[in-house]
Design a protein around this ligand. Structure first.
Ligand code: FAD
Length: 486
């Protein structure tokens, strides 16, 4: 049996391992941590459970198809519910908007609470769907770096549609042209943060993202996001994938134009195929050192990072739902801090995820598990201790102001995840959440390809390579590799 070695057990590494096993390879996954899942992990304490990383789950079909191609019933491993409310939005003037999964209902909310009409919202979401349909096949499902990807009817159709995809204007320019009210503009600009980008720089084509929520739905696995990792590890184990934890890959040994083996402190593992799930910067810095490739990879701006405060809160807040956003009044300044001065604004937009709204076992009765996150810059040698202490104060005061309750005395459990910890835990360069940002219109083409042109049996998957970061795209990268390996 031919051998495949996968370096890293993030969501993309797990999906690649399952796909390679289904292709008939014997598969070994080497993971530096003692646990699988990379960013998609969990933590608990004091009776609270938290998903540590991703909280928004879209396109569950990309997970369930891994069970289906393995001849298993997904429901035996993994189940999820669709959310009726995608997000509750809070503004400093007291306006509250609920984004219902039904577009008509959401459009009415906007109509009632802002200067913008329901018609405009529906038009915007229709455009989002149009962009999705025009680009899905070409940009999300295939390698952008193989000539054959461009020799198809769907490519010709995509190219003809290019002038209508808003690549020559920024997301903010498109949204400002469509909407009159800063509340609506902020709501739609925020979708740029779904891949760690800046709406004032990223192209308008990123207006594809609302369609993922409004058109395809937002979901929550029945045992939390971490169930995605657990169920895929179970599936992989059931079909014969072997895992070795606490084994960091220190180099990929090559011979001629082939990757020959993968070396850890414990051993040297030969492979006919090698798949790297580690951040592409780490690959060229440490695993197959190449100053030239590293310089090319690092030319692209990194995505933003995050500060997360995991708080066990000794009270229930009926006005909050699973996903909640408390907006800054000055969104432009927030992004200038994130991407220009690499600091944190005094009035950051705050995201709160509360899985205990749906999963009662995630918090003691009458209490809630708050995952409180703000976007922060990636790591550029800042004084993080001071910045985080300041940010925590600003977060507390904004939450207390908007919710009309002093929050600090309610915190009975706290842990933090910082950009440096994200970097240390998952080898994500500069602690960025989504690899490189989409802050220029050619970003999709500059992201690293899913294969090596130097070593013909070496492949790359995960959020730092094509098609990009976030669970759905990381899963797509594994699917693209599956198609590339004959
Ligand atoms: C706080 C946070 C919130 C997020 N929110 C969302 C969200 O709501 N929705 C969404 O879709 N996405 C979200 N994301 C992004 C999403 O988590 C990632 O895009 C996705 O999980 C990336 O998966 P991956 O497989 O590429 O990499 P990772 O999860 O980074 O996994 C890489 C794995 O490789 C291992 N590794 C690295 N180097 C080596 C080595 N040398 N040897 C062995 N193993 C190695 C790491 O330890 C890790 O386990 C969020 C991320 C974070 C951190």
């Amino acid at each position: 049996m031919k051998k495949a070695v996968v370096a890293g057990s993030g969501i993309a590494g797990l999906a690649s391992a399952i796909r390679l096993r289904n292709k008939g390879y014997s598969v070994l996954v080497l993971e530096k941590n003692a646990y699988p899942g990379g960013k998609l992990t969990q933590l608990s304490g004091n009776g609270y459970r938290f998903d540590a990383g991703p909280s928004l789950f879209t396109m569950p079909n990309l997970v369930t198809e891994l069970f289906e191609i393995s001849g298993k019933n997904p429901k035996d491993y993994f189940d999820y519910d669709q959310l009726d409310v995608l997000c509750n939005y809070f503004y400093e003037d007291g306006t509250r908007i609920s984004a219902y999964k039904e577009i008509d209902r959401f459009a009415e909310e906007i109509d009632r609470n802002t200067k913008d009409s329901a018609e405009k919202v529906k038009k915007h979401l229709n455009k989002s769907k149009f962009i999705y349909r025009a680009t899905e096949e070409q940009f999300l499902n295939r390698s952008l770096h193989k000539v054959r990807s461009f020799l198809s009817f769907s490519t010709v159709v995509s190219i003809l549609k290019l002038p209508f995809l808003n690549i020559f204007r920024t997301m903010n320019q498109v949204n400002e042209k469509m909407f009159a009210d800063s509340k609506t503009i902020r709501l739609f600009n925020r979708y740029a943060t779904y891949n760690g980008s800046n709406p004032y720089k990223a192209p308008g084509i990123l207006n594809i993202i609302p369609h993922l929520e409004f058109g395809l739905g937002a979901y929550l696995p029945k045992n939390g996001m971490h169930q995605i990792t657990n169920s895929l590890v179970q599936l992989a184990t059931d079909i014969g994938v072997e895992f070795r934890f606490d084994e960091e890959v220190i180099s990929i040994e090559t011979e001629g134009n082939k990757a020959k083996s993968v070396r850890t402190k414990a051993g040297n593992y030969e492979g006919d195929i090698v798949v790297c799930n580690a951040d592409i910067h780490t690959v060229y810095e440490k695993l197959i050192p190449s100053a030239k490739k590293l310089a090319q990879v690092d030319k692209q701006e990194r995505s933003s990072s995050a500060l997360i405060l995991y708080w066990g809160i000794g009270k229930e807040f009926p006005e909050l739902d699973v996903h909640n956003i408390l907006f800054t009044e000055d969104y432009k300044t927030e992004f200038d801090h994130l991407f220009e001065s690499k600091t944190i604004t005094q009035d950051p937009t705050i995201y709160i995820n509360i899985t205990s709204k749906k999963l009662k076992e995630d918090a003691p009765e009458g209490k809630e598990n708050w995952f409180v996150m703000i976007n922060v810059p990636s790591v550029y040698g800042q004084d993080w201790d001071t910045m985080i202490a300041e940010a925590r104060k600003h977060i507390l005061s904004k939450l207390s102001r908007n919710l009309g309750t002093d929050i600090e005395p309610l915190i009975e459990f706290e842990e933090q995840l910082t950009p440096q910890l994200i970097q240390d835990k998952t080898n994500s360069y500069k602690g960025s959440l989504y690899g490189t940002s989409s802050n220029n219109r050619f970003a999709a083409f500059f992201r690293h390809k899913n294969f090596s042109s130097e070593f013909k049996n070496l492949y790359f998957c995960g959020g730092s390579v094509h098609p990009g970061g976030g669970i759905p795209l990381a899963l797509s990268s594994a699917k693209i590799i599956d198609k590339l390996i004959k």
